[in-house]
Design a protein around this ligand. Structure first.
Ligand SMILES: *Cc1c(COP(=O)(O)O)cnc(C)c1O
Length: 383
């Protein structure tokens, strides 16, 4: 019999690295430097090295990372920011919070990421930035997007909350990590993310020295030196305990990604001969770090499948049931009917299966077996 299945199993992951984590936390407790302790700088340096980027600015969470990046661009009310509607709400929310206007564009049905043609059509004289989202652990096709942005002199702010560790390959053979290709990259260390803290956390990356300095100030009350405040900023810090934990987990990130990829391969093989299921597309230009393993199923069967799996003790999630443009908070934003067709089509079909670093073969076989059963013999002859 297999151990209980969760969408994300943080407990079993912790148990394996408990000694290192507990030591890292005690070190902070010994010194009581809870804010701006040496652990924060150490983690930022190590992450900078891992990502091969010039500056890493830790902050309180991924939403703040996006907000600080957009504050640094000095958006004016009414400025337009192009972003997908098929994303977590935070991406679009910070744009509206700063009184700019999110311009939602459609995604590609295979990658679930920004559709280049749609971005191109959405650019107007009021456009001030493009915010692509590396959804579910796979990179946006960045090379053509960066070329388009450059042609229009638009900064690209990458939402890398779900894809830390993903590598993008350019046509010339060079490679870069997601979050380091645009002007600014933003990531989240929410516990269930691929590099997760034991609380909230986030970071901002850039190769631009002046922008890095500005964002560091914004994240710390616009302060240039202690008690001298040059800009209106906010209070957004990664605390020392979270940094210490993240520094331990960063050492395991590539191993964790490999475990996710292995689980994804096992799912792929298990579903290969079920025509009703579309397994995640693997783009040729990047690795996939499988923050989520998201399949597409016929919309009329999705609820029944989810319910059937739940009865077997198999949790699943729908990311995202309501795209941003259909959220109440954006009900006053005009958008062109049918311009987000793929987004709406995906919302009706996506189903994310349990995916984490501790998923074992017995659990996966159980999940695969029940999904197979649903689409073949046992279902729909249920009692
Ligand atoms: C998680 C997430 C965020 C926000 O990160 P928090 O740390 O929860 O604030 C932003 N964008 C995307 C795509 C995310 O998945």
């Amino acid at each position: 019999m297999h151990t209980p299945i969760q969408m994300v199993d943080l407990k079993r992951q912790y148990q394996k690295i408990k000694t290192e984590i507990d030591e890292a936390i005690s070190e902070v407790l010994e010194h009581c430097t809870f804010i701006q302790g040496p652990q924060v700088k150490r983690f930022a340096d190590n992450l900078q090295h891992y990502l091969q980027v010039k500056h890493v600015i830790p902050c309180a969470n991924g939403t703040d990372a996006l907000q600080i990046a957009l504050m640094a661009l000095e958006l004016q009310p009414g400025d337009e920011v192009i972003t997908p509607s098929f994303t977590y709400i935070a991406t679009a929310e910070v744009i509206a919070l700063l009184k700019a206007k999110p311009v939602f564009v459609d995604v590609d049905p295979h990658t679930f990421c920004l559709d280049l043609e749609a971005v191109s059509q959405a650019i107007t004289p009021r456009t001030r930035a493009i915010v692509p989202v590396h959804l579910f652990g796979q990179s946006v096709d960045m090379q053509p997007l960066l070329a388009l942005a450059e042609a229009h002199q638009l900064p690209v702010i990458e939402d890398n909350a779900q894809a830390i560790g993903c590598t993008y390959r350019f046509a010339d053979g060079s490679a870069k990590k997601t979050g380091t290709m645009g002007l600014i990259g933003c990531t989240s260390f929410f516990p269930s993310k691929n590099l997760g803290a034991y609380g909230d956390g986030g970071a901002i990356c850039t190769d631009d020295d002046a922008l890095a300095e500005k964002m560091r100030m914004i994240a710390n009350h616009g302060q240039s030196k202690r008690y001298y405040h040059d800009l209106v900023g906010c209070n957004s810090r990664l605390d020392s305990i979270q940094a210490a934990i993240l520094d331990v987990k960063l050492r395991y990130l590539d191993q964790y990604i490999a475990a996710r990829q292995q689980a994804a391969n096992r799912y792929d093989a298990g579903f290969a001969d079920i025509p009703a299921i579309t397994v995640p597309y693997r783009a040729p230009y990047c690795s996939h770090v499988f923050h989520q393993y998201t399949i597409l199923v016929p919309p009329e069967q999705r609820d029944a499948l989810q319910q059937y799996l739940s009865q077997q003790g198999i949790p699943t999630m729908i990311y995202y049931p309501v795209p941003c443009h259909q959220q109440k908070m954006f009900s006053s934003l005009p958008y062109i009917a049918h311009s987000l067709k793929t987004t709406e089509w995906l919302s009706a079909r996506v189903l994310s299966l349990p995916m984490h670093t501790e998923l074992d073969e017995a659990q996966q076989d159980f999940i695969i077996e029940h999904i197979r059963r649903f689409f073949t013999k046992a279902y729909p002859q249920q009692p």
